[in-house]
Write a protein that binds this ligand. Structure first.
Ligand code: MN
Length: 251
């Protein structure tokens, strides 16, 4: 099995080492990852600057590895050009340093890496560690174990074209796996105003995720209940029910 690995936390990220170690057990893997952290870059791509690619020695796993001065989408496309010019069987993105639940999907560079794989017609999976508190450091080994145990299912699940998987693993050994939809994760206090030493205001964007109320059958609820969530996400963003209704009202 030919595997392309990317992430948005950069080539030195511990989560990349974990996912590469697992991938190398199941096939021939090539890492093409950003040379620095690029979290929350979504599906952006670099178009006005050249992409520079360096092969790097990767100690953590028996894989070829390249760093790119670009974003996850750039890395997937560079990887398909220099790493797997005849195509590959799987694109893995992660393991991300934090959850990609609910609306996070729209900001996530990790998810965008998988999205780009799906656009290229390749089975693609984004994997994130999803601690819901900062109590203990992220344990990527939990994600690696889950990935290894569920590898066969993940690569054989019957997926239509242009659908990829978004996986969130809790930061404690999961109670199991739930196939679920995308929940609603909204942030409060999204923008915080501070002052620089000269009294001029500046702004930090971040905020605290609000996870009020039960959200049955969602990624958020699954992780909150201690399960790994697996969500199929479609590149077809059309709301087909609304489309039908609108078409009727225009008749
Ligand atoms: Mn990240």
């Amino acid at each position: 099995m030919r595997i392309l690995i990317t992430n948005d936390d950069g080539i030195h990220a511990p989560g990349l080492k974990s996912i590469a170690s697992v991938a190398a057990e199941f096939g021939e893997a090539i890492i093409v990852a950003p040379d620095r952290e690029r979290s929350a870059c979504a599906h952006a791509m670099t178009m006005r600057e050249p992409l520079r690619v360096n092969e790097v020695k990767y100690q953590a796993a028996p894989v070829k590895a390249f760093e790119v001065n670009g974003l996850p989408v750039d890395c997937v496309n560079v990887g398909l050009t220099i790493g797997w010019p005849d195509g590959c069987d799987l694109v893995l993105s992660g393991i991300n340093n934090g959850p990609n639940l609910g609306f996070d999907v729209t900001y996530s560079g990790t998810v965008a890496g998988a999205m780009e794989g799906a656009i290229n017609g390749i089975r693609s999976i984004g994997v994130s560690m999803a601690p819901l508190s900062t109590e203990k450091p992220i344990d990527y080994e939990i994600g690696a174990i889950w990935l290894r145990e569920n590898w066969d299912d993940l690569v054989h699940l019957d997926l239509p074209p242009l659908v990829f998987l978004n996986v969130n693993v809790p930061n404690n050994p999961p109670k199991g796996t739930r196939l679920v939809g995308m929940g609603q994760r909204v942030y409060k206090d999204r923008v915080e105003m501070r002052e620089d030493p000269w009294g001029r205001p500046y702004y930090w964007q971040g905020g605290v995720a609000v996870l009020d109320g039960a959200q049955p059958n969602t990624d958020i609820q699954a992780v909150r209940d201690g399960f790994t969530s697996v969500t199929p996400i479609s590149l077809d963003w059309t709301d087909h029910e609304v489309l039908k209704r609108l078409q009727k009202s225009f008749e």
